[in-house]
Ligand binder design. Sequence first.
Ligand SMILES: [Zn+2]
Length: 134
Amino acid sequence: MRVQDGGGDAEPIGAPAVTGVSLDALRTHVLALAEGLGVKVFFRPELSVWEAEAFPFGEVDVPLITGILEYYCALHEIGHLAMSALPGLPGVGELDREHHAHAWARSVALVEPDERAVWGLEVAWRSHGGEVWE
Ligand SMILES: [Zn+2]
């Protein structure tokens, strides 16, 4: 589902239990989470979700949040920094780190991924060599 900013006829997004969550609310959520972790978020319009990046010095570069996929993308990148700050986390391989970032994103997200977000998350997961996407 495409979600337009602002427009009065934009449908609420997310699971039935979470109605009326706007893109602004999702942006605000991302920024609040990042602030709590001491992470700086740079929304860069020229980036696609495939180019988003987390930097170990506490910054993430992410595309604008124009849909739930972009929301999950931002959460995922912040998740990389949130999870890497946890001591003693099992697994240090690339796929482990991807898994941890996805798990963190899903644990904090205000809305369920829509069809497009599930597609994008699965593509990203497979691009890192992951197989079964749950
Ligand atoms: Zn990642």
